[in-house]
Design a protein around this ligand. Structure first.
Ligand SMILES: C[S@@+](CC[C@H](N)C(=O)[O-])C[C@H]1O[C@@H](n2cnc3c(N)ncnc32)[C@H](O)[C@@H]1O
Length: 353
């Protein structure tokens, strides 16, 4: 009882060692975590680290620039040389390292990763998103990227907030495009992290076309868009054999206090309408849909901060939803779903905050 020492679970790849501790609260959980790590970290990691140790000073002398040195080691640890070590071909691995040192690559162009960070829940990231998040040197992120997602980027990466409501001097889109190119030209791996999917109301296309024009390499990683995330976490399938055979993603953003949409198309039956950026336009959206022929009883939902622990779901119809949302003082980000599929929420809702 007097003891203040715990013996954490150890993953031993000497000289690399990982100790897992739950601070005495759940040793079984720590052991399970250890089992997972054991199975995902190659047994040859220790030999790889030992070999890196042997060449560390030499590499430092040969490659002065810190960024290029980091790139050198990442190529060693992620590429063929590591594979040779895992296959116990140590001599061959060493001679490859020596070759690589004799011709260190000239300063390389960086790359931009345009990554969708999903609607909020970090469990919804793709494996590829996570891998690139862990690789990036510098991160330009938006307002809608949740802090839980942001916490998963590489610890020593430089973080730059470029959200559209960034204080008194918001960063313009041109400015973002310029910065992406500028950092990549400096040889950095630049993560452009966006909420949801970068190609859905995300201006991702504009950003990469600027890069393409300048010959800067980039890759795009899709993210779960707010419509998919919110619909799933609210138990509202966007399509359903009995209710909707198509779905539309629409911007509900007001321009000069009005919405310039093709309303005639929107009122046709058997489709689901999903409005992004529609909170301040909710009343106009509902009023206009009714005016153009939708039944006032058409089910409608508004999902606030979907997929997060703060998610709230408001259910009503085109007539009642605006009042419900106003009374509850819902705050952005919110998503509006209109159509008969909303009826399924009562039965299919599963996510408890
Ligand atoms: C500029 S758009 C970006 C959309 C994003 N690229 C995507 O694919 O989800 C921002 C809008 O997405 C919606 N949105 C994003 N995250 C959301 C969330 N967690 N809950 C509800 N709506 C969300 C809101 O309508 C918000 O106004």
């Amino acid at each position: 009882e007097l003891c203040s020492v715990i013996f954490p679970s150890i993953v031993d790849r000497s000289p690399v060692q990982i100790a897992i501790s739950s601070a005495g609260t759940a040793p079984v959980l720590a052991r399970m975590l250890r089992t997972r790590l054991e199975s995902s970290i190659p047994a040859g990691y220790g030999k790889l680290a030992a070999m890196a140790g042997k060449y560390r000073d030499h590499v430092k002398r040969k490659i002065n620039d810190g960024l290029s040195r980091k790139a050198f080691w990442e190529e060693v640890f992620e590429g063929d040389i590591a594979e040779l070590v895992y296959a116990e071909k140590l001599d061959e691995a060493e001679s490859r390292i020596q070759q690589k040192l004799a011709n260190p690559a000239s300063k390389k162009l960086g790359e931009v990763y345009l990554v969708g960070g999903g609607p909020g829940d970090p469990d919804l990231l793709t494996f590829r998103a996570l891998r690139l998040m862990q690789k990036a040197d510098i991160v330009l992120y938006d307002r809608l990227v949740s802090k839980e997602v942001l916490a998963l980027v590489r610890r020593d990466a430089e973080l730059i907030y470029v959200g559209k409501t960034a204080g008194e001097h918001p960063v313009t889109q041109d400015n973002i495009n310029e910065k992406l190119a500028e950092y990549a030209l400096q040889g950095k791996r630049v993560l452009r992290l966006k909420g949801g999917d970068p190609f859905i109301f995300g201006r991702g296309g504009e950003e990469i076309s600027h890069l393409a024009e300048r010959g800067i390499p980039f890759q795009v990683v899709p993210g779960i868009t707010a419509a998919s995330g919110c619909a799933s976490y609210a138990g509202i399938p966007l399509t359903h054999r009995d209710y909707a055979q198509s779905v539309r993603f629409i911007t509900g953003h007001l321009k000069d206090n009005s919405l310039d949409l093709n309303w005639q198309d929107l009122v046709s039956p058997n489709q689901t309408l999903v409005f992004y950026m529609g909170l301040s336009g909710l009343e106009s959206i509902c009023r206009e849909l009714i005016r153009r022929g939708k039944a006032p009883e058409t089910p409608a939902a508004l999902i606030e901060k979907g997929t997060t622990v703060n998610q709230r779901v408001f259910i009503g119809d085109l007539r009642t939803l605006p009042d419900k949302v106003r009374e509850a003082s819902a705050k952005a980000p919110t998503l509006i779903i209109v159509g008969d599929v909303v009826k399924l929420h009562e039965k299919l809702s599963w996510f408890k905050q």
